[in-house]
Write a protein that binds this ligand. Structure first.
Ligand code: 13P
Ligand code: SF4
Length: 346
């Protein structure tokens, strides 16, 4: 494919979302990336939050965390370029110790992954002996290594139920945990929060989940007022929320699901208007794929970590072989068990 052909493809998809001058420039970079990708026998995986020009040009596969983990597990390429954040690239490395995994920007982190350490998990295990630990995939490899099983927003409730345990430790996202607790009819406590129990009063032992107080710096900012305002202005709007949003926001929405579940919902629904309570680029990506459907633009919340990944960085990543993701072998083998158990649950 030539740069001109790439430009035509991008224009057809993004002509109404991205200015023409930007499209021409980015098509040139995308074309170089595709050539290098072939030379290096690489696969490019891109999360749904990638900026539209990247999302619609270079990836072999796009998707949510679960889908991309599955793709990483299945690849036979020498190099995996992960257009997403560090914990996602680490998961790909955990599954592929013999392949080179590249993250195009060194600083692409995640507020959830930063919120908990392996030592925190070890302490919780001592406090709640014998209780299985579920960790959201938005954590670093050493935290995964301390866990029994990982989950994503796409299978969190199914993972909790699969354990058939009276109690489950669920880390580190407070709101995802609260949403799963509501969905599965469990009561949740947060041991790091100071108890308001009066001195001498008996402890309420009726709880089935133990949570942590991490949150996503993007999703925490959506409010019930946002939903009400959108419904006032557009009475026919369908509201989709990511389960990292607060439970009251999820309750006020029409549907909650992973980024991939939202993509599918819009594809399969005949409604004309949608409000997506998630990271902004995804609205642009879905709008480009569904020309007859309108995404209501109240959103200006871009994940600063996902935003680190650009086409320019992806080109340099393949050219300069950077940034190589490594996971120490003793951590990797322990994390692998938890990740493989997660992938097995659809
Ligand atoms: P998904 O797995 O739903 O794509 O979510 C990943 C994420 O980081 C959401 O903020
Ligand atoms: Fe992390 Fe939130 Fe960004 Fe997702 S959107 S990568 S959870 S900070």
């Amino acid at each position: 494919m030539s740069a001109v052909e790439m430009y035509e493809i991008m224009k057809a998809r993004l002509g109404h979302v991205v200015p023409d001058v930007e499209l021409r420039y980015k098509a040139g970079i995308a074309d170089q990336i595709l050539r290098l990708k072939q030379e290096r026998n690489a696969v490019i995986l891109a999360h749904n939050y990638m900026e539209p020009a990247l999302y619609h040009s270079i990836p072999d596969f796009t998707g949510d965390s679960l889908e991309l983990s599955r793709r990483a597990a299945q690849t036979d390429k020498d190099v995996i370029v992960f257009c997403g954040v560090r914990f996602m690239a680490e998961t790909a490395k955990i599954l592929n110790p013999g392949r080179t995994v590249l993250l195009p920007a060194e600083r692409a982190g995640c507020s959830l992954a930063e919120s908990i350490t392996a030592e925190d998990v070890r302490r919780l295990r001592l406090e709640f002996p014998g209780v299985p630990v579920v960790t959201y995939v938005n954590t670093y490899a050493d935290v995964k290594a301390e866990s029994d099983i990982c989950c994503t927003s796409g299978n969190a409730a199914a993972v909790v139920e699969s354990l058939h345990s009276d109690r489950v430790i669920f880390l580190p996202d407070e709101f995802l945990a609260r949403n799963v607790a509501r969905e599965t009819g469990r009561r949740i406590i947060f041991p790091t929060r100071k108890s308001r129990r009066k001195a001498g009063a008996p402890e309420n032992l009726d709880y089935q989940m133990i949570g942590w107080t991490g949150s996503c710096e993007v999703h925490v900012r959506f409010t019930v007022e946002d939903v009400k305002n959108a419904r006032r202005q557009f009475p026919d709007v369908v509201v989709l929320a990511h389960p990292e949003c607060k439970p009251a926001v999820v309750k006020a929405a029409d549907f909650a699901g992973s980024t991939m579940a939202m993509v599918r919902y819009v594809q399969q629904s005949s409604a004309k208007r949608y409000l997506l309570l998630t990271e902004c680029s995804m609205g642009d990506n879905i709008a480009a794929e569904n020309p007859g459907k309108e995404m209501v633009r109240i959103c200006s919340l871009r994940c600063p970590h996902m935003n680190e990944i650009t086409l320019e960085d992806t080109l340099n990543s393949l050219k300069l072989n950077r940034y190589v993701i490594e996971v120490p072998e003793d951590i990797r083998v322990r994390a692998l068990r938890a990740v493989e158990r997660m992938i097995a649950i659809g």
